[in-house]
Design a protein around this ligand. Structure first.
Ligand code: FAD
Length: 391
């Protein structure tokens, strides 16, 4: 018997599950999500899950801010915990980036974000256990934080399932079936399944399916390494219990508290093969990453490396996402290229993908700046910090 749905979502990372949830919010509940592994088994489950709003482009700032509201009220909005923890966020922009930082702060303030540029004296009086270089400035955000990627992903999936959606694990999609510019279904390793519309959220593997139907997206994968450190004994009492999330723009190092007494440090973006990359952490990266972090919070000079992992950033040419209908198809939608900072926007991304999939006349966010065609039109988004994850 032919199996047919209102929508199929391919890929069970945070983006696919968020899309499934927002399809249900829009009344589309006869849906099927196909994941070849388990939920959050791709980039999502390796994320540092930092939530901040400091960006160079309005649509990204708005998406991050709107999404932060969903993450903070996840129980009410989605019906499950997100593990959200509000936490101060500090960016050390580094020499030459002061104007960029201040422009982004003004943008974020205009969206409603509680943020300001602090002098070093102000920062040290608030966090006396931190240190910064002379003549530096620091950007502060008060409603930043982090969440739990597995809780968020599974929460979105459960919410959709409670309204009729199906989630099928261990099913690999091999091909998108289409006729005369209309996507009609998918060919999987377990047979063909049909649908009125298809959403592609396969993260690093997006082009594997996309290039069968159109030009591949200009995206590539880089390996980002994350180390878990045990803090100096008793430091959680000094830092009450969470020190700010710290980002050092010149090096790309970011760090946050993990469970009390532990911290996560993310460092390095090295091009790699998405299927064969080293999923561990390099010794030199541990030494450099811990050193950079201890330069800002010296109590980490006595920290111990516990363990770590590497994950994939799927990076677009301008380090910003691509959210659009696939050219030539009204009913095939893609969300990709989150460039190492997608988790925080996942509610807004899922909402946008769902709106595009149902053909909504108006979308919650202005998706024009993050359209598919911006690359061939040479209309890339610009980052105040040059091309990197701080986009
Ligand atoms: C180390 C690291 C740190 C990060 N830190 C942050 C951070 O602090 N803050 C932030 O906002 N973002 C962060 N990110 C980025 C964020 O995690 C990603 O942008 C986000 O998780 C991407 O989700 P996704 O659903 O697009 O992709 P994925 O999670 O990779 O999901 C894609 C899914 O598709 C499945 N799939 C692929 N092909 C097929 C197929 N043919 N058939 C069926 N299923 C298929 C895969 O198995 C996978 O589960 C980080 C990422 C990494 C790796």
């Amino acid at each position: 018997m032919t199996e047919k749905y209102e929508a199929i979502v391919i890929g069970g990372g945070v983006m696919g599950c968020s899309t499934l949830h927002y399809l249900a919010e829009l009344g589309v509940t006869k849906t099927l999500l196909l994941e070849r592994d388990t939920l959050a088994s791709g980039s999502t489950g390796r994320s540092m899950t930092i939530l901040r709003m400091h960006y160079s482009n309005r649509v990204i700032t708005e998406m991050a801010w709107w999404s932060r509201g969903v993450m903070a009220n996840f129980e009410d909005e989605v019906g499950a915990p997100s593990g959200y923890q509000q936490n101060d966020w500090l960016l050390v922009p580094g020499p030459g980036n002061e104007d960029a930082a201040s422009t982004n702060v003004k943008l974020a303030q205009s969206v409603g974000v509680e943020t300001e540029v602090l002098s070093i004296d102000d920062a040290i009086s608030r966090w006396p256990y931190m240190q910064f270089g002379e003549n530096e400035c620091v950007v502060w955000e008060g409603k930043a934080g982090f969440a739990d990627s597995h809780l968020v992903t599974n929460g979105f999936a459960s919410s959709a399932r409670s309204r009729g959606a199906s989630v099928r694990l261990g099913v690999s999609v091999d091909e998108i079936l289409h006729e005369n510019g209309v996507a009609i279904g998918v060919r999987t390793d377990q047979g063909d399944i049909f649908a009125d519309r298809i959403v592609l959220t396969t993260g690093p593997w997006t082009n594997v399916l996309l290039e069968q139907v159109t030009e591949p997206l200009p995206i590539h994968t880089v390996r980002h390494q994350v180390m878990r450190l045990k803090q100096q004994e008793g430091f959680e009492k000094v830092a009450e219990p969470f020190h700010p999330i710290v980002v050092h723009a010149p090096s790309g190092m970011s760090a946050r508290t993990d469970t009390p007494g532990y911290a996560l440090v993310g460092y390095r973006e090295d091009p790699c093969d998405r299927d064969t990359y080293n999923q561990g952490v390099d010794t030199e990266v541990v030494v450099e990453g811990m050193g950079l972090f201890a330069d800002i919070i010296p109590a980490y000079e006595d920290a111990t490396y516990v363990n770590g992992w590497s994950g994939l950033f799927t990076v677009s040419l301008d380090w910003n996402p691509i959210i659009d209908r696939v050219p030539g198809f009204e009913n095939l939608v893609v969300g990709a290229g989150f460039s190492g900072h997608g988790f925080k926007m996942s509610p807004a991304i899922g909402r946008s993908l769902a709106e595009l999939a149902v053909g909504a006349k108006e979308t919650t966010f202005d998706l024009h700046p993050i359209r598919f065609s911006r690359f061939e039109e040479d209309d890339l988004l610009k980052s105040a910090y040059g091309g990197n994850v701080f986009a």
